[in-house]
Design a protein around this ligand. Structure first.
Ligand SMILES: Cc1cc2nc3c(=O)[nH]c(=O)nc-3n(C[C@H](O)[C@H](O)[C@H](O)COP(=O)(O)O)c2cc1C
Length: 411
């Protein structure tokens, strides 16, 4: 058998703590720590713990050239080779899912450190507000208690020099529009977005405004936001809860046809109160109720109910290889895909505001749960951010940042 290491394997020495009743009963604190080796291999769904005795084996063979397993068995023992093969960190030539995933990962063109950073940062089944409450960081007072005062709002030293004064230019309508943008955390849970408004927003933010053909078989769309390399790798996947004339459900926006493509969820219908998702297994998928869709929206935005109430949630997910095709193995390429998503989100914030709707964006998302539902493979395409829009509620319940009262007039 010929074997090699998977494309990327980064080692982390980690201190793992657990609660042990025996330790407590014998006078200890109950918290027992041990040191362990974890390997981050982005073609795998999560980091893998490896036996310390097996770590040297990972350094004994490369990620390019194939080696005879017999030679490794002699030096490291068959058990070590078997264990690393089973975990997917060693790849046997043309064998099994591990080899397929490793090949697919290699073909994507990731820079290794970006791939590791992306995969590590993904959440699954996290409740953000609960986590902040547990750590006493869900209020400003708690933040000050836990972290002390924040770094100053202006750069230290700025108070001694005002700089060269710039002229004040008279405000115009565009200033008025910019000033009414505020992250919405209070949606009207009954209101539907009119179909024409929804369609116009999709066209303005995610739609094609033109096309270029730089070379044979190389086509690029023009959008209202910029994109590194003009490649526009970011797709908009939708959780549609309340749009007039569109059945609630999961969709993908089609830039080529300005249409919605329904997505059949690849997870079991989530239930209210769930923090994570379950794969369907052998069960057949079925249409979700509005409550189940709302439960999924809540999981997607990591328990932030105020965002889960939005009539439309847009999951911005790059097809990484579309960018990495040009910027192959490039240390800046991943950052560019992140920034692309940010630009699209900002365009959405402004377009929704102009339409009289409240916009939001959140980075606190359960990427893995979203990937499962929409059928994405994290190292090929993956959510960067979730944004959305809808009509504001009549009453402010959850705080919004509107110091000049442009959105919520004074009582
Ligand atoms: C990348 C990004 C991620 C954000 N994530 C969250 C979030 O997880 N939860 C939240 O309530 N607001 C989130 N926000 C919104 C900010 O809290 C908000 O922009 C900030 O409070 C300033 O308010 P404004 O947008 O109304 O000016 C995020 C904003 C950005 C740009």
């Amino acid at each position: 058998m010929q074997v090699r290491r998977c494309a990327v394997a980064w080692l982390e020495p980690r201190e793992v703590s657990s609660f042990e009743l025996d330790d407590l009963m014998t006078g200890g604190t109950g918290v027992v720590s041990r040191l362990a080796w974890f390997v981050h291999a982005p073609h795998l769904p999560a980091a893998v713990e490896v036996d310390a005795a097996h770590v040297p084996l990972l350094g004994a063979l490369g990620a390019i050239d194939w080696m005879s397993r017999t030679d490794l068995d002699v030096t490291f023992g068959g058990e070590a080779v078997d264990a690393l093969l089973a975990s997917g960190l060693l790849i046997a030539k043309s064998e099994g899912d591990g080899a397929q995933a490793d090949d697919a990962f290699r073909a994507a063109g990731w820079h290794p450190s970006s791939a590791v950073a992306h995969m590590i940062a993904r959440w699954q089944g996290i409740d953000g507000p609960q986590g902040m409450a547990d750590t006493d960081t869900d209020t400003n007072e708690g933040l000050l208690r836990q972290h002390g005062t924040p770094p100053p709002h202006v750069r230290p030293g700025d108070e001694n020099y005002a700089g060269i004064a710039l002229p004040r230019v008279e405000r115009d309508d565009f200033d008025a529009l910019l000033d009414t943008r505020a992250t919405c955390r209070n949606y009207d849970t009954e209101a539907h977005v009119p179909l024409a408004t929804f369609s116009q927003l999709m066209a303005r933010v995610f739609g094609a405004r033109g096309m270029g053909h730089p070379a044979d078989n190389f086509h690029v769309y023009k959008r209202t936001s910029p994109s590194g390399g003009a490649l526009h790798p970011t797709e908009c996947w939708l959780i549609v809860q309340r749009v007039e004339g569109i059945a609630h459900g999961l969709y993908r926006y089609r830039i080529d046809t300005h249409a919605l493509e329904p997505v059949t969820p690849a997870i079991a219908p989530p239930q209210p109160g769930d923090v994570g998702t379950q794969l369907l297994g052998d069960a057949a998928s079925r249409a979700w109720t509005t409550d189940e869709l709302r439960a999924f929206a809540r999981i997607a935005v990591a328990g932030q109910d105020f965002f889960a109430d939005a009539p439309v949630l847009c999951v911005l997910a790059p097809r990484f290889h579309r960018n990495f095709w040009k910027y192959r193995n490039h240390s800046k390429a991943y950052r560019v895909t992140v920034l692309d998503a940010g630009h699209l989100s900002q365009t959405l914030q402004l377009c929704a505001t102009q339409a009289g709707l409240g916009p939001f964006v959140t980075g606190a998302i359960n990427e893995v749960d979203i990937e499962r539902a929409f059928g994405m493979t994290g190292y090929l395409e993956s959510p960067m951010v979730v944004c959305g829009f809808g009509a504001r509620a009549a009453k402010l319940v959850t705080s919004e940042f509107d110091p000049n009262r442009r959105v919520w007039p004074r009582d």
